[in-house]
Design a binder for this molecule. Structure first.
Ligand code: G6P
Length: 367
């Protein structure tokens, strides 16, 4: 069936706005809301015995994997290796017995990721996949299929598949932590409660669409844009930069906030907007000092934070975008929204082809 845009101008816009619904839809198959526990599909291997996780993916799916690395390590204390699929096989990775290899893909067909999956299979790894197309090659070849229920994603730049991937990965991390004895049943319930809040928090983030549209003209003239984040917001900074370059053709880079002084700071002047993703919390102060380094060089900062963060550090920024105050676990889902919307509105301001950006394909089936 043909998928309609309805009242939206672009598929990408429609898909951004579908996120509260499709994340809820995805979570509903991984969570028992009454018991407040995670429910994973049947597996015929011992999840508690997993000693190491290897994550492989491309593009936006790779950034979902980078966020998940924080979760698997923080909650389950399982070490994680992560690679882009096109590099993975060529570094001759060490794949030990008992390893779990996790592939993340919207399409389930990306050639590099599929080749990496087969390589891991040949090398005795248990194969888990997070895919949005349940009939895809990756889905068929997996030992553990963890579907996202984002529905068909038409816009070439991935949006709703990403937040659905994060929802599944958070549930998986919580469950792994539980079976490994790193979380108590009560702590698991607490995580589940936070996940259940994600759709409402996504709605609250989407409510800032007009503010973001209104500030897009501040970014549209830039030749370069820098995105900064720390901890799980570092992959979000890279995802923000990827979204912007994909659809607006503005050169953008995502950097770990603390690493800026080792290079990108040389680029900072009045012409390079710096988008800082920084929910308030233990990492906030350090990021604020990175913002000051930017400002001291005449750089213009757009701060994306919660009310507390904006009250503390919003003054003197070119613009601020206020996100709801959320638990750190769901912050990466929520902060995905403003970077998607910003890329979207900048692209609209520039008049590029949002849904079909030049040179890009929805699914890349060549290596
Ligand atoms: C292409 C798309 C991206 C996507 C990447 C990985 O580059 O344009 O939006 O993130 O492929 O695709 P996958 O289907 O494996 O998630």
């Amino acid at each position: 069936a043909q998928i309609e845009k309805g009242n939206y101008r672009h598929y990408m816009q429609k898909e951004i706005f579908e996120q509260p619904t499709v994340v809820a839809q995805t979570l509903s198959s991984y969570i028992r809301p009454v018991e407040q526990t995670v429910a994973l599909p049947q597996m015929d291997f011992d999840l508690a015995g997993v000693k190491r996780i290897t994550i492989v993916a491309c593009g936006t799916s790779y950034y979902a994997g980078m966020v998940a690395k924080y979760w698997f390590e923080t909650f389950a204390r399982v070490p994680v290796d992560i690679d882009v699929a096109s590099e993975f096989r060529y570094r001759d990775p060490v794949l030990e017995e008992g390893g779990l290899a996790l592939f993340i893909s919207q399409s389930g067909e990306t050639a590099d990721t599929l080749a990496a999956l087969r390589h891991c299979k040949e090398n005795g790894q248990t194969i888990a996949v997070v895919v949005n197309v349940p009939t895809s090659s990756m889905a068929r070849e997996a030992d553990l299929l963890l579907p996202t229920h984002a529905g068909p994603e038409i816009g070439v730049a991935s949006t709703k598949a990403f937040t659905c991937q994060l929802a599944v990965l958070a549930a998986l991390a919580a469950h792994l932590a539980l079976v490994k004895g790193k979380l108590t049943a009560e702590e698991e319930r607490e995580i589940v409660r936070h996940l259940i809040e994600a759709p409402a928090a996504l709605n609250a983030a989407l409510a800032h669409d007009d503010d973001i549209a209104a500030m897009a003209h501040l970014i549209a003239p830039a030749r370069d844009v820098l995105y900064l984040g720390r901890g799980p917001d570092y992959p979000l900074a890279m995802e923000g930069a990827l979204k912007l370059k994909e659809i607006s053709y503005i050169h953008a880079e995502g950097y770990a906030s603390g690493e800026m002084k080792h290079g990108p700071i040389a680029l900072i002047d009045e012409a390079v907007p710096v988008i800082v993703l920084a929910p308030s919390g233990p990492l906030f102060e350090k990021t604020v000092s990175n913002m000051q380094e930017v400002r001291a060089r005449g750089g213009k900062v757009v701060l994306i934070s919660d009310a507390e963060g904006i009250a503390e550090a919003g003054e003197g920024c070119l613009a601020t975008i206020e996100m709801p105050s959320v638990h750190p676990l769901i912050a990466p889902l929520v902060y995905a929204v403003p970077v998607q919307l910003l890329a979207y509105h900048v692209a609209c301001a520039k008049g590029t082809d949002v849904d079909q950006p030049r040179n890009l394909a929805k699914s890349v089936t060549v290596e």
